[in-house]
Design a protein around this ligand. Structure first.
Ligand code: GRF
Length: 222
């Protein structure tokens, strides 16, 4: 599992951890990364069980034990530094991170968001998409910046909205896409193909002028 050519990463979660599971499965299948730890701000969540079942170190840092965001984020950074991650993976981590924390991990922190950003930043995206009468929805992987859900986009996947879809059905369809695109992007980082330089996403030496889109055959454009 471990080795010098594996990208060390830490995954931050708050809940179910299905994206974490997709990553665990891909690492088991050869993605060259080492999940050094899974950190949750909530105790007792399913994602922690998933990590433990895979033999991954877990930490719980409960935000309720801290007086404010800044003190929590300082403690979180200290926990992360114990594991020396080269990449921090936010996988359903339901907390806004302070600018100091974001700056500390600039270019080394990814998030996945359940919408076709820049549309529908923030919470409850599935219901908001339905309420807005959209024809399609999806998920986006992006670098994390101080702007909530506003960092440089890397890869997106879309799903059509069928008549009769409710928020729960839509969430399940979007999650299935998330489980494809997030490990794909993490693989690009692990293979040294993807970086953030001066605010630009660079893939294979070329700046992206917008997010790549996953095609139905599973390959990203272009
Ligand atoms: C996903 O929809 C992710 O995009 C959002 O929170 C959800 C987490 O799901 N940020 P899971 O915990 O990975 O199952």
């Amino acid at each position: 599992m471990n080795g010098p050519d594996r990208l060390p990463l830490v995954v931050l979660i708050s809940g179910s951890g299905s994206n974490l599971q997709a990553l665990i499965d891909q690492v088991a299948a050869g993605l060259p990364a080492e999940i050094r730890a899974v950190v949750s701000n909530r105790p007792g969540v399913r994602g922690l069980e998933r990590a433990q079942a895979a033999g991954i170190t877990t930490r719980v840092l409960d935000h309720q034990a801290f007086p404010d965001r800044e003190s929590y984020d300082i403690a979180l950074a200290t926990v992360l530094e114990d594991f020396q991650p080269q990449l921090v993976v936010l996988a359903g981590f339901m907390r806004i991170l302070s600018p100091a924390f974001v700056q500390r991990f600039r270019g080394r922190m990814l998030n996945i968001h359940p919408s076709l950003l820049p549309k529908f930043r923030g919470l409850h995206t599935h219901q908001r998409v339905l309420d807005a009468g959209e024809r399609e929805h999806g998920a986006s992987v992006h670098y994390v910046t101080e702007e909530l859900d506003g960092g440089p986009l890397i890869l997106q996947a879309s799903v059509p909205i069928e008549p009769g879809d409710d928020a729960e059905q839509l969430a399940a369809k979007v999650l299935a896409k998330e489980h494809i695109i997030y490990p794909k992007v993490i693989r690009w980082v692990a293979e040294g193909r993807l970086t953030l330089q001066n605010g630009n996403v660079i893939l294979d030496g070329n700046p992206l002028d917008g997010p790549l889109i996953l095609k139905n055959n599973g390959n990203p454009l272009p």
